[in-house]
Write a protein that binds this ligand. Structure first.
Ligand code: HEC
Length: 156
């Protein structure tokens, strides 16, 4: 009986300790995950951009794969659970997420939705050929820049 009680209190203590460590590092982990996803988005946008500019040969399958990977990364990067208020640039070292995001959260989400819509158009365009992809690039790049201009702090 005594041993069981001891054991339970040990498990509880261990769980609580793990819980508070998680809370302290959660914002940092979230920021790092965001950064990795945004980089993945940049890489795939880069592939589409190079094809659009003729720097690499247009290949419908490769373009479609890049657009799909961009879509997946963007869905994850822009999900609510990636943006807790304590992960802003004032709270986490290396974070470029401006506090204004949380003052205007509905607008931030709208800019995210604009990006998803632009990616979906680009995805459709990859099935239509190079010219369609070229035509979709303006909205796509504009959707990234439209959010960064307002909500991403300059690099230090
Ligand atoms: C709704 C807003 C929003 C949209 C849309 C958006 N981003 Fe970002 N992006 C951010 C914010 C905010 C940060 C800073 C995040 C941080 O430091 O925690 C960021 C950071 C980045 C970074 C820097 C990552 C690093 O190394 O620190 C890259 C690269 C990036 N975004 C690429 C893109 C690309 C490419 C697109 C479009 C395909 C895009 N983003 C669309 C808000 C957005």
């Amino acid at each position: 009986m005594k041993t069981t009680a001891k054991r339970i209190s040990f498990v509880l203590a261990a769980t609580l300790a793990a819980g508070s460590a998680f809370a302290a590092s959660h914002a940092m982990e979230q920021q790092e995950a965001r950064e990795a996803l945004m980089k993945e988005m940049g890489k795939n946008l880069g592939t589409l951009g190079k094809m659009a500019k003729g720097e690499i040969d247009f290949d419908g399958a490769a373009a479609s794969a890049a657009a799909t990977a961009l879509h997946e990364a963007a869905e994850k990067a822009l999900a609510d659970d990636m943006w807790s208020e304590d992960s802003d640039s004032m709270s986490v070292d290396g974070s470029r997420a401006m506090p204004e995001i949380w003052d205007n959260y509905a607008d931030f989400q709208e800019k995210g939705a604009t990006l998803i819509a632009a990616i979906e158009s680009a995805q459709a365009a990859t099935g239509e050929g190079l010219q369609a992809v070229q035509a979709s690039m303006g909205d796509l790049g504009g959707a990234c820049g439209g959010c960064h201009k307002v909500y991403r702090a300059p690099e230090e």
